[in-house]
Design a protein around this ligand. Sequence first.
Ligand code: RTP
Length: 155
Amino acid sequence: LVASLEQVEETYVMIKPDGVQRGLVGEIISRFERKGFRLTGLKLFQCPTELAEEHYKDLQSKPFFPKLIKYITSGPVVCMAWEGVGVVASARKLIGSTNPLQAEPGTIRGDLAVQTGRNVVHGSDSPENGQREIALWFKEGELCQWTPAQAPWLW
Ligand code: RTP
């Protein structure tokens, strides 16, 4: 009841190729599920170069941009859409700082990553980017809006 009055948002979370190849898919999905967010999209996907470049277009001028594109396209990623109250900021908290050295223990990067260039997961940085990125990575028929059969104690 209270949750319905608050801001329900959507965010795009992506397990990067290192996360997939290190066998961390279940672990990472589990953290978002246990928190209480709702999964509305999920797929394993080999990202083409053009899509990686579009996703990271704001970083185009950075010196690390070519390396970043190579990293993201180096193997399959897991694309996810998550829905919930404050999910954008909350997902960023669960993920931890960009540089795993600064990420707190208990966060995904704090627990599971070492280097900025191999930081296992992505999360949208604003509700607007959440919408933009979900539209970029998913086709309409790939997303499911659903309501649990029982009372939604968690959102
Ligand atoms: P993300 O988009 O992946 O969630 O990461 P973020 O917001 O925490 O960080 P951002 O600054 O947007 O950078 C995007 C991704 O680029 C890689 N990166 N490499 N100095 C470097 O080598 C460097 N800096 C950033 C990271 O994979 C970062 O997550």
